[in-house]
Design a protein around this ligand. Structure first.
Ligand code: BTN
Length: 325
């Protein structure tokens, strides 16, 4: 019944408890109990005396059937399993667990993650129904060496998908953050299972902020932005978004082993948010300061320092304030 209530409230308008009850064929008390449960899982419901309830930004639940019917034939055929969950600890963890039973190509998306994982052991905030959280697994025959630069190519694929949906202005921050106006829009987390030398399973996890309220964003420690604000407040059906992202992602995964990162490099450079900017790169306890100079053929960050150009393969890049003299 929760799903039905959300669908009735998906227009963002007020609906009274009486109306909701009548449309669902249940009592107002039963409606109220369900609405309480929705609030408990983090749905930002607004209730105003005399007007009823509404989901202020509107709401489209993820729908497995519309996702399946929207996928391209090649993407659909690639998957051994497609699942849309209401709540999961982490879609990456979920897929890794499935891979421990059987290797394959899986797609898992969820409305909410209770233990969403970010890069470098961070938490990925995953409020219910607001954003997109999904993971895709893929088998690479050549082991880890065959996937050098893959996470950067995935970033390019996601930007291409957003552009196809009319969303422009999204850039990439090395290695693979999606940013806009230097605020984080999304992130990519690659995890691996299997043999690093031989066939291995790669899990590509993607989180994109879609329509996050300030309340949902409490606890996020870096500046963030969402797609809805990029679209001037216009709502976006997350099913359409997910389908477009997955179609582009599968195309990159299908081609990557034969092309490698070099065929994505120019497009990555064109999307580079930090090129020519003064940055610091934190690697463990160390910090290196320099000017970002794009990436090389393997996807390493090129940093112009006083000692010369360094190719950085791992670390955290932070923009440094430029002080004009
Ligand atoms: C980052 O730190 O920038 C990477 C964030 C990746 C988050 C996504 S959400 C779906 C998938 N499941 C997870 O637990 N993490 C990734």
């Amino acid at each position: 019944m929760q799903e039905k209530i959300i669908n009735l409230l998906s227009d963002g308008l007020f609906h009274s408890g009486e109306e909701l009850g009548a449309r669902l064929g249940v009592s107002r008390t039963a409606v109220w109990k369900q609405l309480k449960k929705l609030e408990e899982v983090g749905v930002a419901l607004e209730s105003v005396k005399g007007r009823g309830y509404r989901l202020p930004l509107g709401f489209h639940l993820l729908n497995q059937d519309s996702i399946i019917s929207g996928l391209s034939d090649s993407a659909f055929e690639r998957f051994d399993k497609i699942e849309v969950l209401s709540v999961v600890d982490s879609t990456n963890a979920r897929i890794l667990q499935q891979l421990s039973v059987k290797a394959g190509c899986y797609l898992s998306a969820a409305e909410r993650q209770t233990a969403g994982r970010g890069r470098r052991g961070r938490v990925w905030h995953s409020p219910y129904g607001r954003n997109l959280y999904f993971s895709v697994s893929y088998v690479f025959q050549g082991g880890v060496s065959a996937i050098e630069g893959l996470s950067l190519a995935v970033g390019v694929a996601l930007c291409d998908a957003l552009r196809d949906l009319g969303i422009t202005g999204v850039e990439l921050k090395w290695p693979n953050d999606l940013v806009c106006q230097h605020r984080k829009l999304g992130g990519i987390l690659l995890e691996m299972s299997g043999d690093a030398e031989g066939p291995c399973n790669i899990v590509v996890g993607v989180g994109i902020n879609v329509a996050m309220s300030d309340h949902d964003g409490v606890g996020i420690t870096q500046p963030w932005i969402d797609l809805q604000s990029l679209r001037g407040g216009l709502a976006l059906d997350r099913n359409v978004l997910l389908v477009c992202l997955v179609n582009h992602l599968v195309a990159v995964l299908d081609g990557f082993e034969s092309t490698g990162f070099s065929s994505y490099r120019d497009r990555w450079l064109a999307l580079d948010a930090f090129v020519g900017k003064k940055v610091s790169v934190h690697i463990g306890e160390n910090q290196t300061i320099g000017v970002a100079g794009g990436v090389d053929e393997s996807g390493a960050l090129l940093l112009r320092t006083e000692e010369g150009v360094q190719a950085i393969r791992g670390g955290e890049v932070t923009l440094r304030m430029q002080v004009d003299s």
